[in-house]
Design a protein around this ligand. Structure first.
Ligand SMILES: [Zn+2]
Length: 405
């Protein structure tokens, strides 16, 4: 079994900087942190000046094998999909392929007939999931409590790691008046998921939808509402319900018409992305230009200060500029800078992309650096705890102990 021994590194374990300066990995796992001696025949990596991080976790994507490959190129070793589809066989292939990021998935969300995200599908061309209808399945919808329970049972059976529900009446998507599922129906699905031991994560981007998500008892929010600044009432309600939030700041900014061209122009990004993705970073949704992005940043700061768990997520999906502003992998680094801009410390931002999602999604084998855990690692030059932008100064990436070239 090949071993790797990293020396002279700062080691951020997902929560804090350790005193240790070495890490040893053998096979798929970290075997020691702080050991003075390398195993015999180990490859030695001198990380002087650098910082070792747990592989990053993107807590909101819609992905594919190609996108999992793009994610891993940026040190994102796990993507948490909030709507998508994989067969169990495909899931096994992903799990065993150390050239791509690992994935967890909600599979197909509970959604209303002709509700979100159907309004987006016309833009997608070859990426339209309705193309899946030709592969033998259709986009389902639910409109009664029985259908909600049946949906949850079916997708739990199909291998969903958690359940996603869409609560979107369209205002911030530029399609006000979209049909939504009534609360009684959603609640039946949430209760069924909980009975089966699955968490429920809601898509909600307005305060009203967030209130509805809280009323039906979801465990997490895949977005933060962007139509209002958080007030004490909603902050207290979210904290008391112990709901986690993946604010998806980069895509919120895109909804308000701001692109991520600076990311596409960054040589550390440009060299790792294909042209369609660079074009996508230069695009925007621009469906809610009247929004005030500073309000969203203020909300994140207030929620974090109140003790609400904040997770880093991008909502990256397919390379279509009209759904732009985000790309797999690269945008996790953008999200980290935005979380710091909102007021999180670099340490808290890094935790939002490592240990916090691992804890909230019960990923006990990753998201932290400790003996026995997966050797999913990102080595960067410089100290991102001083300046978060160093996370893009990527020096090496390991997925289950396999170094990426
Ligand atoms: Zn999404």
């Amino acid at each position: 079994m090949t071993a790797t021994h990293i020396t002279n590194a700062r080691v951020f374990d997902g929560r804090q900087l350790l005193d240790a300066t070495t890490l040893t990995m053998e096979g798929q796992a970290v075997t020691a942190v702080g050991a003075l001696d390398a195993p015999r025949d180990a490859e030695i990596v001198d990380a002087r000046g650098g910082c070792l991080l747990p592989g990053l976790i993107d807590s909101h994507v819609h992905t594919s094998v190609d996108s999992l490959r793009e994610a891993l190129r940026f040190g994102v070793t796990t993507e948490l999909e909030m709507q998508g589809y994989w067969t169990p066989e495909q899931r096994t292939d992903v799990e065993n392929d150390d050239t791509i990021a690992d994935v967890r998935s909600a599979l197909i969300a509970m959604m209303a007939k002709d509700g979100h995200p159907s309004e987006l599908m016309g833009d997608l061309g070859e990426h339209d999931p309705a193309a899946g209808e030709h592969k033998g399945w259709q986009m389902p919808s639910v409109s009664t409590p029985d259908e909600a329970r049946a949906h949850v049972q079916a997708f739990a059976q199909a291998g969903a790691d958690y359940i996603k529900v869409m609560i979107e009446e369209g205002t911030v998507m530029g399609h006000a008046g979209l049909p939504v599922i009534d609360s009684t129906t959603i609640k039946a699905g949430v209760d069924e998921a909980h009975r089966l031991g699955l968490k429920v994560i809601a898509h909600a981007i307005t305060l009203a939808a967030t209130r509805q998500a809280l009323d039906v008892g979801v465990d997490g929010l895949a977005h933060l509402f962007i139509d209002q600044r958080a007030d004490d009432s909603i902050i207290g309600a979210l904290r008391d319900a112990d709901v986690f939030i993946t604010p998806c700041l980069a895509v919120s900014s895109s909804l308000m018409g701001r692109d991520a061209a600076h990311l596409a122009d960054d040589p550390r990004v440009a060299g790792r992305l294909s042209q369609p993705w660079l074009d996508t970073l230069r695009g925007t949704f621009n469906s809610y230009p009247q929004g005030t992005f500073q309000h969203v940043l203020d909300s994140v700061a207030a929620l974090h200060a109140a003790g609400v768990d904040i997770l880093a997520g991008t909502d990256a999906s397919v390379p279509v500029p009209s759904h732009g502003g985000v790309a797999h992998g690269a945008s996790v680094h953008h999200e980290l800078t935005l979380l710091v801009r909102a007021g999180l410390s670099p340490q808290a931002a890094l935790a939002a992309a490592t240990s916090v999602p691992a804890r909230r999604f019960d990923l006990s084998d990753r998201g932290r650096i400790a003996p026995g855990l997966r050797a999913d690692l990102l080595l960067v030059d410089g100290n991102p705890l001083d300046a978060i932008s160093h996370t893009l100064d990527i020096s090496a990436i390991w997925r289950r102990g396999v170094r990426q070239s």
